[in-house]
Design a protein around this ligand. Structure first.
Ligand code: G3P
Ligand code: CA
Ligand code: CA
Length: 313
């Protein structure tokens, strides 16, 4: 455990104004985690009996070593953080920082945008996963069964993520087996690309979730009241398409029942036709009726200002 101030997760100012003091033996313990060999947090947990949440070293099938956060406690533990989707500026439409859509404008001629849902590019750092986008090699390397998702307020340090989260849930039906074992393969089967299909009929799968924090009703309350009319809580959904044939990547906590998915689904391809370019960006049309107003199709401020952390197990 980091020794200072870990009991005061709400007082965000407290922990950014003082650098934590850590003993040499603790540093030694953390450094020695480098000797564990595993492709996922589950392997590290099972093989070495590690039960503490924190940063661990993982090794890919090609020998790439990287560090990421392991949730070793939720529902039996062994969850590997592989990515975070972070909105740095909802007013900037498909510009720098929109790695999960397009950083080069809203453009029908660039239908896949960055393409990061289905490539091997990596970016960001684990410690900054709530400060900016993050994607590590586990995203495409780990052969997983289930997912866990945490919505964590921006700028939260990793040792407070669990406590500070506004919503946490996981799947438990081993659905990733059906789609290639991770999101990289799932999104090859369901390309996140403009104009690949029609809303509802060509959407990817919706998978039931088990809540670790929150419930179906609290999930719906994070999204705008107009969105409430076309979503059902208790699911995670993939490659949802909107009325104008724009593709989004993940609808966190919900299943779309309509075609205005740009207000409750994140990430996407490189083109969103409606209101061009207002719906283009990592958090798509989350501020359609104002910033964090929770009016019309706008999400709550909490949702808008929280990064979406994606885990595999
Ligand atoms: O996605 C919302 C849009 O399709 C309709 O919005 O602002 O015209 O009610 P509005
Ligand atoms: Ca981003
Ligand atoms: Ca719409």
């Amino acid at each position: 455990m980091l020794p200072l101030l870990t009991m005061h997760s709400k007082t965000t100012l407290a922990f950014i104004s003082v650098a934590p003091k850590v003993s040499l033996s603790r540093l030694d313990e953390l450094r020695n985690r480098a000797k564990f060999i595993g492709r996922s947090c589950k392997e590290v947990k099972d093989r070495y009996g590690q039960a503490e949440d924190g940063l661990y070293y993982l090794t890919t099938s090609t020998g790439v070593v990287y560090q990421t956060f392991c949730d070793m406690t939720t529902a039996g533990g062994g969850w590997t953080l592989v990515a975070s989707v972070h909105e740095d500026n909802i007013y900037a439409k498909c510009t720098v920082g929109d790695r999960w859509t397009s950083q080069q404008g809203n453009n029908a001629n660039w239908p896949k945008g960055e393409g990061n849902w289905a490539n091997r590019k990596t970016f960001g750092t684990v410690e900054a996963a709530t400060d900016d986008d993050f994607k590590n090699p586990g995203y495409y390397d780990i052969d997983a069964e289930d997912m866990s998702v945490w919505h964590v307020p921006n700028k939260t340090p990793f040792y407070h993520w669990n406590l500070a989260a506004i919503m946490r849930y996981h799947t438990e039906r081993r659905f990733l087996h059906l789609y290639g074992g991770n999101l990289y393969y799932l999104f090859h089967r369901y390309p996140v690309e403009y104009n690949v299909g029609k809303h509802l009929s060509d959407n990817g799968p919706s998978i039931p979730i088990v809540y670790d924090l929150g419930d179906k009703e609290s999930t719906k309350m994070f999204y705008g009241p107009y969105s409430g009319g076309e979503i059902e809580g208790g699911f995670i959904s993939f490659r949802a398409i909107n009325h104008e044939r724009a593709a989004t990547a993940i609808c966190s906590g919900v299943k779309p029942k309509g075609g205005n998915v740009e207000h409750y689904c994140i990430g996407g391809g490189g083109f969103f036709l409606e209101g061009n370019p207002l719906q283009c960006g990592d958090f798509t049309g989350f501020a359609w009726n104002g910033y964090g107003t929770h009016i019309g199709f706008s999400t709550s401020k909490q949702m808008l200002e929280s990064a979406v952390l994606l885990f595999y197990r």
